[in-house]
Every structure is written in C-alpha cells, then in structure tokens.
Design a protein around this ligand. Structure first.
Ligand code: HEC
Length: 393
C-alpha cells in the first residue's frame, strides 16, 4: 500500500517535471531562435529602439513581433520564469526520492563500485554542486562563449566517464543530465531572473535600462538553449539500456549529446541572414552513427559453460529475479511485479525468452541495478539454458 502510494507520487512528480520541462524548453527554443531570425526593420515600426522584426504564420494566424529596448515599463509584461523553477524543484525531488532514497536499487551497482548508500549519495550531491560552481566560475573568467562551449564539452565527457565508474549505468546517464539541468535551473534563478528584475526596476524608477543586464541574462539563456537537448536525452535515457549498459557508455552518451547540440544549433541559425551551417548535419550523422557503431562493440562473453539443466537455471532465476518478478515481490522497492512480469516457472521464462537473454546478457540491465548480485557466470548459464530449451523439439 505504502509502496503503491510512493509509486503514485513518483508518477505525478515525473508528469509535472515533464510538463514544466516542455514549457521551459519550448520558450527557450522559440526565443533563442527568434533572436537569431529577426531582421532590422525596413518600413514603419510601432516602438522606439527596435533591434529587429519578424513576421510569422502559425495556427491560422499571422503574427508580427518587434524586438526592442523600452524607455518605460510596459503596461503588460509577461515573464517566463515559472516553468524553469518548477522543472528544477521537481527534478530535485525526483533525484532525491528515486536515486537517493532508493540508492541501493537505482544508484549503486555493486559490480561497478560497491559503495555504501551514504557515500554514493554524497558523490551525487557534491558532484552536482561542484559542476554548478565550475560552470559559474568559467562564465565569470571566460568572456567567449566558444571557450565556455569547449571547456564544458570536455567537462561533461570527463564527468560522464567518472560517473560510469561509480554509479549504475542508468544513474550515470541521469547524473550527467542532472548536472547540466542544475546549471540550467540555477542560470534562471541566480542570473537571468535577477537581471530581468534589475532592468524592470530601472524602468519603474524612470531610468534607462542598463544593456549590460540584458547581455548577461541573454548569455546564460543562450547556454541553457544548448543544454536543453543533452539534458532531455539524459532524462529519457533510462529506457535505453543498450546505450547506458556498455563499457564505453560515457562515449556513447557524449556522441548522442553532441548530435543533439548540433541539431539545436542548426535550427537556431536556420533563418539567420548570413549562415546556414549545413555541415552540422554531417556532424549529426557522424555522431549518431558513431554511437550506434560503438554500441555493437562489446567485450567477449565469458567462456561458454556446459549444458545447464532446468533446476540449475530455475535456481538462478529464483535467487536473482524472483525477489522482484513474482506475484508477491520480496524486494522492498516493489509492491507488484515490475511491468507485471512474473518469472516463477520455466514456462514464464520461455514465454519471454528473447527479452530475458537480451536484458541479462546483452544490455545487462536486469536484474535492475544488479540488486540481487547476478554473476557473469549465472548470466551465461541462463543464456545457455534458454537457448537449449528453444532447440528442443
Ligand atoms: C530489483 C528488482 C528487479 C530484479 C531483481 C529483476 N528485475 Fe527485471 N525488471 C525490473 C523492473 C523495475 C522492470 C521494469 C522496468 C524496465 O523494463 O526496465 C523490469 C523489467 C524486466 C523485463 C521486461 C519485461 C517486459 O515485458 O517489458 C525483463 C525481461 C526482465 N525484467 C528480466 C529480468 C530477469 C531475467 C531478472 C533476473 C535475472 C530480473 N529481471 C530481475 C526490476 C527487477
């Protein structure tokens, strides 16, 4: 009962996180693209100090926008900060509720590093905070966005490599995303919003705005725009064991993120007067192709064991799978068998034979977080037994 209730909290938090995240990413996409797509006005304009204008058609209507610097505070001014704040808050709750509270199931993989939960949680917390300070200081010292981009790309690659060597594959990917997501959320909270407030205060006091405030907010907003796609990939990656359970999972992640950033940049500059950046499409193909190719390179499986009989195979299933995949799971994290998938008899195993072999021997993400400590030998034995069953007349 309690576990089912916890599951519902997790479902609603994820749903809220997703809703807020979509709203945030949507505005980020729109405004950053807009900034690069406006052109200086040719004819009559409505406001003073126009930087650019843009005509659009969408959903059956024509729209006309002017980007300008106001002299007075507009009567009605929409702000867009809440989606970002909601995404950050729900993200923190999800990370702590799922990965910290369920550290043994989701964060720690004893075959990677047999950490006590408190140590794993400590690494999680310190690394996320450290990344923010690193990035914030980098922005302070480096004026060029190109430098920030190169240094942060190397930092992300290093972080992905480090996480892979301390956490479960799934938690490693989520943490790279959480790290960048934290930077995004704190960019809004500590830089973009305060600079917006500073500009509005000056207007309300009848003073001209300081364009430096605008430039600083804009810079962090641009960085956020390039973080969006890497972060969203990391957030949905718990479905992609083929990528995260790999001995070079960190590199696969970097390639997939690089593809996302390239697509973002390509779309941002699509309507810019002087640039098209078509070569970026080649980068996308190379990055995604590289990730797919790499995923097929896996270390050789352990030496083939002799024939495996049914009692041996079912003893393995009972020890390693049934704590979760049974009518009444004994594992504390599950009130009901996950995915409704029960593994109590040889027939149950054979009914989803291909999936069982795929997830224990190829992607190796079952048992989840290797919570039941399945050995390589047992994985090989289960595979040999399943394949032997399949060949029986
Ligand atoms: C700690 C709990 C846990 C253990 C132990 C565990 N699993 Fe799972 N299993 C899950 C969860 C959670 C899911 C659903 C999420 C997913 O598919 O990743 C799942 C899903 C699956 C699925 C996909 C079912 C479907 O129809 O989509 C297969 C196959 C599977 N497990 C096989 C195994 C095998 C084989 C073992 C034992 C070697 C095992 N699992 C041990 C938690 C566990």
């Amino acid at each position: 009962m309690i576990t089912a209730f916890q599951d519902w909290i997790a479902i609603l938090l994820r749903w809220l996180h997703l809703m807020a995240g979509i709203a945030w990413v949507g505005t980020s996409f729109y405004f950053n693209w807009f900034d690069l797509s406006v052109r200086p006005p040719k004819g009559k304009v409505l406001k003073e100090n126009i930087r650019g204008t843009l005509d659009e058609i969408h959903g059956g209507s024509f729209y006309y926008h002017e980007q300008y610097w106001p002299d007075t505070h507009p009567e009605r001014l929409l702000v867009h900060a809440w989606p970002a704040k909601t995404t950050l808050i729900t993200g923190i709750l999800l990370l702590t509720g799922i990965y910290w509270h369920g550290a043994r199931t989701y964060l720690i993989d004893p075959s990677v590093a047999d950490l006590p939960p408190i140590a794993a949680i400590g690494i999680s917390f310190v690394s996320l905070v450290a990344c923010w300070f690193f990035y914030d200081l980098l922005c302070f010292f480096a004026d060029s966005n190109r430098t920030v981009f190169v240094v942060m790309s190397l930092f992300v690659a290093l972080a992905a490599w480090c996480y892979q060597h301390v956490f479960s594959g799934r938690a490693a990917y989520i943490h790279v995303g959480a790290m960048l997501g934290t930077c995004m959320g704190l960019n809004v909270w500590t830089s973009i919003v305060p600079h917006h407030i500073a500009m509005r205060k000056r207007l309300m006091a009848g003073q001209p705005i300081d364009k430096k405030d605008g430039e600083k907010a804009k810079r962090r907003s641009q960085h956020n725009n390039y973080f969006t796609l890497p972060v969203t990939f990391a957030m949905i990656s718990n479905h992609f064991a083929l990528a995260y359970n790999h001995h070079r999972a960190w590199l696969i992640l970097c390639l997939l993120m690089a593809g996302g950033v390239s697509i973002r940049h390509y779309l941002n500059v699509l309507y810019k007067e002087d640039r098209k950046e078509r070569s970026l499409l080649a980068v996308v193909v190379a990055a995604f192709g590289g990730a797919i190719g790499l995923s097929f390179v896996r270390p050789a499986p352990p030496p083939v064991v002799g024939p495996v009989d049914t009692p041996t195979a079912m003893a393995i299933v009972q020890r390693r799978c049934m704590p979760c995949h049974s009518q009444k799971p004994t594992h504390p994290s599950f009130a009901a068998p996950p995915s409704g998938f029960i593994l109590e008899t040889p027939e149950h195993v054979m009914a989803k034979a291909e999936k069982v072999v795929q997830r224990t021997s190829v992607t190796r993400d079952m048992p989840q977080g290797n919570a039941t400590g399945m050995t390589d030998e047992e994985r090989a034995q289960l595979k040999v037994w399943v394949e032997g069953q399949g060949k029986k007349p």
